[in-house]
Design a protein. Sequence first.
Lengths: 157, 138
Amino acid sequence: MYPSMLKGPGDLFADFSRLQERLDELLGDIREPSSIRAVARQGAFPVLKVGSGQEATEIYAFAPGLDPSAIDVSVEKGLLTISGNRTTGAEDGKESREGKDEIAYARERFTGPFRRVVSLPEDADTTKVEASYRNGVLKLVVPRLEAARPRQIAVNR
Amino acid sequence: MQTQPNQAITNPAAANPVAANPSAARPEPTLMPPVDIVEDGNGITVTADLPGVDPDDLVIRVEGRSLTLEAPLRLGEADAVSFVYSEVRASRYRRSFELSGELDTGAIQAELRDGVLKLRLPKSERAKPRRIEVRAAQ
């Protein structure tokens, strides 16, 4: 639940992820492997994807149908928190909605308050986090500190 | 957003990715978007979460009674970025529904906004609920 981005390949999460992929393969789930609903069943909203680059860490939170100004993003002690409240129209009283001859056959979409936490790498420059929201995905770009970026060092003679 | 009614596809088993894509030995894993489905007197509204889908990429297909939503998931990540943690691995959404006969497939309306698709499937005129006037016998 709290992905660590401090380590490269070979860390616990990567191992676990590989194990899960291997299990998916072995179980031969050819119909719908890695279903977004399976993720939702664990209660995780928004679903996260974290990318690591030399200059920045990119965090993608799949949070469709939200007002960007209502998404709360904060950083404290190396932990980045994404929180808010999602309303889908499904929760405003069944009587009032379904009183008008409405019948709901499926209510799979997440609704209610949410909160996810990601631990940032030690070299993250938390003063320069950029957030954008496009097609229902919140993208956070956390640059690495200048000093931590890979550099070529010129050798003088 | 493209709506392709009655597009000629030889295989009707669109719900089965193996049958729909016989050339692939192993079908590409797809994400199943969560949906809300609500029916009222005039039709059915399907709301689907499709985060990361551009409206231009979404394909809604109706073949006979089967309705299929399909779209690639694009995040627009920087080239130098490699994913170190991922709760979704597939890069494509896909979900099929079987429609009932009273829905007017020619009048389906779709709107995708902030990753949420709203599909309106109206009932054909003759299938809408009606009040039948009872006249007193003379």
